[in-house]
Design a protein around this ligand. Structure first.
Ligand code: ADP
Length: 193
């Protein structure tokens, strides 16, 4: 099985490009943000716990997302692998992922990193706020907190995966989704060939 990580700051376009990658390589797209938003919409206990943290732009506890990912690995069948979107987001989550996979005699295949500068994060999120109406996209304060959380807690993963030779990055700063998608797909194809 393949275990790809789709990495990048908030608003980089992970969710936007995940569909094309997962379709081409028969991967199950797993977005922890989307799974959490589904829990909130369904009004579950987990959703209630996650709601305030997400709307403040903070991360939910590592154990929560680790549990979601592990159970998805166990229950979802019929794919050649998984495309993890928004997970791992902390070093602890990256280490947990390694041990979850080790128990299955598997390992992370590669990290596909979609990179954009901070100014573009703000523009993309402001644009998305008008289209998707996500609560965590609406407030400037929340967006700033998500950006600083990314730099403090998530960015260290770049070195973590570089050290094991699994980190692959593409700069997605073109004006159109199509141009950025072409660059992302070129990178993914190069990893697979
Ligand atoms: P974005 O890429 O714009 O940050 P996501 O949908 O990936 O959007 O995440 C939305 C929010 O869900 C995050 O800001 C965080 O609060 C929560 N979340 C998602 N994935 C994780 C994770 N792996 N660990 C902790 N919190 C997470």
């Amino acid at each position: 099985m393949k275990y790809y990580i789709l990495f990048g700051p908030p608003g980089a376009g992970k969710g936007t490009h995940a569909g094309a990658i997962s379709e081409k390589y028969n991967l199950k797209h797993l977005s922890t943000g989307e799974l959490l938003r589904n829990e909130i919409a369904a009004g579950t206990e987990l959703g209630k716990q996650a709601k305030d943290l997400i709307e403040a732009g903070s991360l939910v506890p590592d154990e929560v997302v680790e549990g979601m990912i592990e159970s998805a690995f166990e229950t979802i069948k019929g794919y050649d692998g998984f495309l993890l979107d928004g997970f791992p987001r902390t070093l602890a989550q990256a280490e947990a992922l390694d041990s979850i996979l080790l128990k299955k005699n598997e390992q992370v295949t590669a990290v596909i990193s979609i990179m954009i500068p901070d100014e573009l994060i703000r523009q993309r999120i402001a644009h998305r706020a008008q289209i998707e109406g996500r609560a965590d996209d609406a407030k400037e304060e929340t967006i700033n907190h998500r950006i600083s959380t990314y730099h403090a807690q998530t960015e260290p993963l770049i070195d973590f995966y570089k050290k094991v030779g699994k980190y692959h990055e593409v700069l997605a700063v073109a004006d159109t989704i199509e141009e950025n998608r072409a660059s992302v797909m070129k990178l993914v194809d190069s990893i697979n060939n």
